[in-house]
Write a protein that binds this ligand. Structure first.
Ligand SMILES: [Zn+2]
Length: 65
């Protein structure tokens, strides 16, 4: 399970509900980090990328007393 996959994602081509995960990569555009995920529709085999902002990096915070 990953936080990037929504159960209501649909194929942009045929709107089939459901998809197959294909790949994921991190990209950086103008100093902003994104995660691109590739999906494939099991119905029409259309493949597409979705880009979402990368989750903020976990900073190791030290509790300041
Ligand atoms: Zn489709």
């Amino acid at each position: 399970m990953t936080p990037f996959e929504r159960p209501d994602r649909r194929c942009p081509k045929c709107e089939h509900k459901g998809y197959l995960f294909r790949a994921r990569k991190n990209v950086e555009v103008q100093a902003s980090k994104f995660v691109e995920t590739k999906y494939r529709c099991p119905s029409c085999t259309h493949e597409w990328w979705e880009r979402i902002p990368a989750p903020p990096e976990q900073k190791q915070s030290v509790d300041a007393a």
